[in-house]
Ligand binder design. Structure first.
Ligand SMILES: Nc1ncnc2c1ncn2[C@@H]1O[C@H](COP(=O)(O)OP(=O)(O)OP(=O)(O)O)[C@@H](O)[C@H]1O
Ligand SMILES: [Mg+2]
Length: 269
């Protein structure tokens, strides 16, 4: 946490957060240091810092337009920051050539805002797409069907294999997109608004799925969400992105009782 803002928000690392390193092997799989990113005069990130430790779920919350998606795109090399340092699994993103970046990306599952399925492809073809793109990671696969089925079974939708995305509901599409993310067995999953636009019951199902994936595969995740219930259930730690920086950081229990108006605003329904 930025010490100047820690002072301001009155949120201090408690024993619980101090112990986080030991709880999560203490190995940071992502380090973001002082990242700045502007578009013309629009300063979006202005010295953003965060770490993600192995095995943990960190929720990042911020107002619409605060730069959450920009941050996550910088993380996977889809956008280049103006300054700062980003390291993923020990590799500094800005120094990687295209091929190494591509290999690294096969270890990072990215669930885009919306589901971003290819509408002209069946569910099976949508899931085969990353397998073709990252052949070298999976090696020779004689039976793609069983991999596709395994991924679909993880999200409870094995029966949709030959359907087109237009035949699926919004919640189903979100789960298929998650299955597509799982097919490469990523070590890190980045979720951009996984529950937005879904009814509360379907949202809860998606949250349970995210938790079961974390337990089954030991993945580490950054979850961007506006959904306070999702944050409470899923996060080991939360980071609030305000004015381009990591304004406050702590557990749900710590942040939800903060007296700082900028922090408190996130927890008002
Ligand atoms: N490629 C781009 N070119 C120019 N401006 C951009 C680009 N991408 C994002 N921005 C701007 O950066 C700011 C942050 O956008 P971003 O998509 O990260 O917001 P967000 O926090 O994800 O919001 P939401 O919660 O609505 O998804 C916005 O002002 C947006 O207009
Ligand atoms: Mg966004």
């Amino acid at each position: 946490m930025n010490s100047k803002h820690m002072e301001k928000t009155g949120i201090v690392a408690t024993k619980e957060t101090q112990n986080l390193e030991s709880k999560t092997n203490g190995k940071a799989v992502i380090r973001i240091k002082d990242v700045c990113k502007s578009f013309g005069d629009n300063k979006v990130l202005n010295g953003f810092n965060m770490e993600l430790y192995e095995g943990e779920n960190v929720v990042v919350m911020g107002k619409s337009g605060s730069g959450k998606s920009v941050m996550i795109k910088c993380l996977v090399g889809l956008l280049a920051p103006d300054s700062g340092y980003i390291e993923v699994m020990g590799k500094e993103i800005s120094t990687l050539d295209r091929q190494t970046l591509d290999e690294l990306r096969s270890d990072i599952g990215f669930l885009f805002q919306g589901s971003a399925l290819y509408d002209s492809m069946t569910v099976r073809e949508n899931l085969e797409f990353p397998m073709r793109r990252h052949k070298e990671k999976l090696g020779y696969v004689s039976d793609t069907t069983s991999l596709v089925l395994e991924a679909l079974e993880n999200v409870g939708l094995a029966h949709t294999m030959d359907l087109m995305p237009t035949e699926l509901s919004g919640g189903m599409k979100r789960r298929i997109a998650l299955a597509r993310t799982l097919i490469l067995k990523p070590k890190i999953i980045l979720y951009d608004e996984p529950t937005s636009g879904l009814d509360p019951i379907t949202a809860k199902e998606i949250i349970e799925l995210m938790r079961s994936i974390q337990n089954k595969y030991g993945t580490s995740s950054i979850i961007i969400t506006h959904d306070v219930d999702c944050a409470r259930v899923i996060s080991e730690r939360m980071i609030l992105l305000v004015d381009g920086i990591n304004y406050a950081e702590g557990t749900y229990a710590q942040l939800s009782v903060s007296k700082d108006p900028k922090v408190d605003a996130f927890f008002k329904k």
